[in-house]
Design a protein around this ligand. Structure first.
Ligand SMILES: [Zn+2]
Length: 650
């Protein structure tokens, strides 16, 4: 299985010979890595023996025989040596040993004779993160635990945990949604993460996106100008409430160096009379910073680094106010659209600015919600040019220009790509973009490594707000999570190389799964059922041979069936919509044609209802019935309503 390891190890030297896994082997381990020794002893029963050595080590064999002298330089790097005498992993840290172990696990899957090899491996990025967004389509705790373990095995070392209304709040239990985690459940997730060397960073929205708090009447008076999207930054109760929630969350995250306070998309900033007057006097950016700096200072006083999403600084043109934040503040720069090494647009104000020069060159480069760079005031153009840099400005430039700006301001920077929940299909489909997401995480990995920032977290939005419908399911994006793990470890990875390994590694069989996923995407993009039918054929073949994680294939097939039905409804609309002009009831001939269309539409309705039932029962294997129903029914609701409207009109 060596050739299918994910992430691909950096240096692999194959040797002559092999090591046979036999009964009664001894696993020698040094202090601090006993947990990993116990895990390995569960995978291959052996006698555990602790030894005293200056480095961290696992050695599986008959007797302790050092196999390598190679020095590990990277703090999360490891060596893995297999000879006829045994298997040895050395590293400087718990994580290093754990990563050696996870590589070994992938090699020894289903084989008893391990090939002799010498591996030296280390990551390109220090932080390799995944976002767990519990606000929508939340899986069962069992699934979450499996997912944590799985990601650990692919060497993800950070989880950004967005609890929203699923944290076991005690002081304000009314914030908890049905199905929120219990204290015991949260403990099991934290223990699993700790075993896998994963740091779990909590995320608590402190300003905007606080619908999950403000939806409850007792907090409504804290809403900005009486709304329920964001807290009013000038009402003292807002800061007090957030501090109190921070206090509740902190004890569960003693191991985390960071605390993420959200603070993005505060769309209603400056609306109420007090905020409006404040903004008029000091500026909207000042209104924002004067609030968030208090939250950040509180987090810093608890010994954590406060992390903020970065968008309000470029939306409100408030870069110069970053220095007001505590010195250990971390900016989390998000960009889910970059899919090229250089991009034509820059995020500024609330827009994506591009050059007018694209009009007669290649209109596809013009951002849908964009504005023109050339229309900006000169000083702003000058600054954008400075940070976007590159010879090709204004056409192309650095995909994340503000990264350099934040680094100059002395901030630690973490990037944020997207693995799911970031596309125009997210509300209406049950699978994410695959290709675009792969490239987005890869571009991030390359630029993060080049700039030397801490790392990148792949976001996986499950809802855009508490009151929004769910996006695609967690499992449907598993390819994207594992691809993130690959790319953050190997920033020079390629999709071809990853695709070659994914099926074997994740499904345990050589299948055409990535080809099927490509057809599935193309069918959706091109609105072409032929591609979807081709995908269906490949997925059905795949389903017959997978030995692991078959739910992934089931979920893709289910997503595909919905896509076909959804497209069939649209096609039917195209067929009948010009007829809506006529009044059919007066014309017997047309009524006949019309009845035929009604029969087609009603048959689609029946198929959609059947799909809905099947789909809910499938999703119930990984989430509660309530969550499964919401996920499935929100996707079908629009199409069902559309059919009903058409049938009534015809
Ligand atoms: Zn206000």
């Amino acid at each position: 299985m060596l050739e299918y390891v994910i992430p691909a190890p950096k240096e692999v030297v194959l040797k002559e010979g092999s090591f046979g896994l036999q009964d009664n082997l001894t696993l020698f381990y040094t202090s601090d890595v006993e947990r990993i020794a116990e895990m390995l002893a569960r995978d291959w029963p052996c006698i555990l023996k602790k030894v005293d050595l200056p480095l961290k080590m696992l050695f599986l064999g008959n007797q302790l025989t050092p196999l390598t002298q190679k020095e590990v330089r990277h703090k999360e790097g490891y060596t893995l040596d297999i000879t006829s005498d045994g298997v040895q992993i050395t590293a400087l840290s718990y994580r290093g040993i754990y990563y050696g172990y996870t590589t070994l696990l992938q090699i020894m899957e289903d084989v008893k004779s391990l090939p002799a090899v010498s591996i030296y491996d280390y990551p390109d990025l220090d932080m390799r993160g995944m976002h767990f967004d519990l606000k929508g389509a939340m899986p069962t705790v069992e699934y979450i635990n499996q997912c944590v373990k799985l990601l650990g095995r692919y060497k993800i070392n950070t989880i950004l945990m967005e609890y929203e209304d699923k944290f076991p709040y005690e002081k304000y239990p009314q914030i908890k949604a049905p199905g929120a985690l219990t204290v015991e459940e949260l403990d099991t997730i934290m223990n699993t993460a700790r075993d896998c060397g994963i740091e779990v960073i909590p995320l608590l929205q402190c300003l905007g996106h606080t619908e999950y708090i403000l939806r409850h009447d007792e907090f409504a008076q804290l809403g900005e100008n009486g709304t329920r999207q964001m807290l009013c930054p000038l009402k003292p109760g807002s800061l007090e409430l957030i501090k109190s929630l921070i206090d509740e969350i902190l004890p569960y995250h003693a191991d985390s160096r960071y605390f993420h306070m959200g603070a993005d998309e505060a769309w209603l900033l400056g609306y109420c009379p007090e905020c409006s007057a404040y903004a008029a006097r000091h500026g909207r950016a000042r209104l924002y910073v004067d609030y968030v700096k208090q939250v950040a200072a509180y987090i810093a006083s608890k010994g954590k680094k406060p992390v903020l999403w970065d968008d309000m600084f470029y939306k409100e043109k408030g870069f110069e106010l970053i220095e007001d934040l505590p010195s250990n503040v971390v900016l989390n720069l998000w960009d889910y659209d970059a899919t090229e090494e250089e991009t034509p647009y820059v995020r500024w104000n609330s827009r994506a600015y591009v050059s007018k020069q694209w009009i007669d060159r290649y209109p596809a480069k013009i951002a849908q919600f964009g504005a023109w760079l050339e229309d900006l005031p000169e000083d702003e153009q000058y600054m954008i040019k400075k940070y976007k840099s590159g010879d090709k400005y204004p056409l192309m430039g650095h995909p994340f220009p503000w990264m350099k700006k934040y680094l100059e301001e002395g901030c630690e920077v973490i990037g944020a790509s997207a693995a799911k929940g970031a596309g125009r299909f997210s509300y209406n489909s049950l699978f994410p973009d695959f290709k675009k997401r792969f490239i987005n995480t890869l571009i991030w990995a390359k630029r993060a490594k080049e700039a030397g920032i801490t790392g990148v977290i792949s976001t996986a939005w499950s809802k855009y707000s508490t009151v929004a419908p769910p996006t695609e399911s967690w499992e449907s994006a598993m390819y994207n999570y594992i691809a993130s793990a690959e790319n953050y470890w190997n920033s020079n990875s390629t999709k071809e190389s990853f695709d070659r390994r994914f099926s074997m590694n994740y499904l345990g069989a050589n299948t055409k799964i990535t080809k099927a996923m490509d057809y599935l995407e193309q069918g959706r993009l091109r609105r072409d059922i032929s591609y979807l039918k081709a995908a269906e054929l490949l997925l059905t073949e795949t389903k017959d041979v997978v030995v692991k994680h078959s739910v992934f294939v089931d979920i893709l097939l289910d997503a595909l069936h919905f896509e076909i039905l959804s497209l069939s409804v649209d096609n039917q609309f195209w067929e009948v919509q010009p007829w809506l002009y006529y009044s059919f009831s007066k014309d017997a001939l047309r009524q006949e044609v019309n009845n035929e269309a009604k029969i087609q539409l009603n048959s689609l309705k029946e198929r959609l209802l059947q799909w809905q039932e099947d789909s809910i029962s499938l999703y119930k294997s990984i989430m509660s019935a309530t969550e499964a129903e919401e996920l499935v029914k929100t996707k079908a609701a629009g199409k069902l309503a559309f059919i009903e409207t058409l049938v009534n009109k015809l």
